[in-house]
Design a protein around this ligand. Structure first.
Ligand code: FVH
Length: 292
């Protein structure tokens, strides 16, 4: 079995809820871990677990070749790293901060200008899921960095490499989050409709229904790939558009604002009016793209 000194040493910048979970997972997997946070007290529990405290971001970067950054946003990443850019030459920077593909690409260029190998990442987990089988992390950018540090990154959750375009991890991350927030919008609306009195008995029904309906994703992907929205259609759009009117009507009757669900109705009606009522609802994706 490996001792802690066999494992790559890592510096973690940013010890919020997520950065702390990442540092804890690295420590648990036997990686010598140096930690830094703007508010120093957040390092205390990790130091008690065996982490080394760095007094400054510059010190954290200096002591290890692998530097993991997990801050609130790209503004904070620049606030922390711009002043210490001179220390980045020869380092591998893994940035797990949420951002857009454009921000990731800009940051990859910035890192290259300062001599750092760059891997951008998106974390598909909440902090308690880190290092459990449910967690997966998306990466894109330097394939050399991914290959060299994959084992280390696997300590955080399953590592999924999406290629050398730095923006791909962010694009996948934000697309997955878009799916999640769309689902949350539906969940919030349905709870508002059912009311607080029935929330507890309604929850298992909602969970069962949503879990079953996620099978739609695979059929939709096949239809979108083929550009054929009649493939395997079982619930045609014209029928769904009629039923959707009732979803908006009951919201009005129950005094629930339809604001989260309303935009879908006119899109369905438009697609039906355009002659696609016999297709699956997936065809709406054509109304969503090329909107500039
Ligand atoms: N927590 C979650 O559920 C999600 C799961 C998916 C990935 N996200 C992203 O992870 C990034 C960090 O999120 P977090 O949960 O750790 O966020 P906080 O607990 O709020 O910690 C924020 C850290 O950022 C530091 N920070 C903020 N602004 C600055 C700045 N100007 N200069 C230096 N550091 C800054 C903050 O420091 P402090 O307030 O403790 O001093 C925390 O370390 C994020 O991109 C999520 O979208 C999490």
């Amino acid at each position: 079995s490996q001792t802690s000194t066999d494992r790559a040493a890592v510096s973690v910048l940013g010890l919020g809820a997520m950065g702390s979970a990442l540092a804890e997972a690295l420590l648990a997997a036997g990686h010598p871990t140096t930690v830094w946070n703007r508010s120093p007290a957040k390092a205390d529990p990790l130091v008690a677990m065996g982490a080394v405290r760095a007094a400054t971001a510059a010190e954290a970067i200096s002591v290890n070749r692998l530097v993991v950054v997990c801050l609130l946003d790209y503004r904070s990443v620049h606030e922390v790293l711009d002043d210490v850019a001179g220390k980045l030459a020869g380092k591998t920077l893994v940035n797990l901060t949420n951002g857009t593909p454009g921000q990731a690409e800009e940051f990859a260029r910035w890192a290259a200008e300062h001599g750092a190998d760059y891997l951008d990442g998106g974390i598909m987990a909440v902090p308690p899921m880190i290092a459990t089988p449910d967690a997966f992390l998306l990466y894109s950018g330097s394939s050399g960095a991914f290959d060299e540090y994959r084992e280390t990154l696997d300590a955080l959750g399953e590592s999924v490499f999406l290629g050398t375009e730095p923006g791909q991890a962010a694009l996948h991350d934000l697309s997955l989050l878009s799916g999640m927030y769309g689902m949350i919008a539906g969940i919030l609306h349905s709870f508002a409709l059912i009311g607080a009195d029935r929330a507890e008995t309604f929850a298992p029904l909602l969970r069962r229904w949503l879990t079953t309906m996620t099978a739609y994703v695979d059929g939709a992907a096949a239809q979108i790939t083929e550009g054929d929205y009649t493939l395997g259609v079982v619930s045609n759009l014209a029928m769904q558009a009629e039923g959707y009117v009732n979803i908006l009507r009951v919201a009005e009757e129950e005094n629930v604002t339809p604001v989260l669900l309303a935009p879908l109705g006119p899109l369905m009606q438009r697609r039906v009016a355009d002659g696609y009522g016999h297709e699956d609802i997936t065809g709406l994706v054509e109304l969503l793209t090329n909107q500039k």
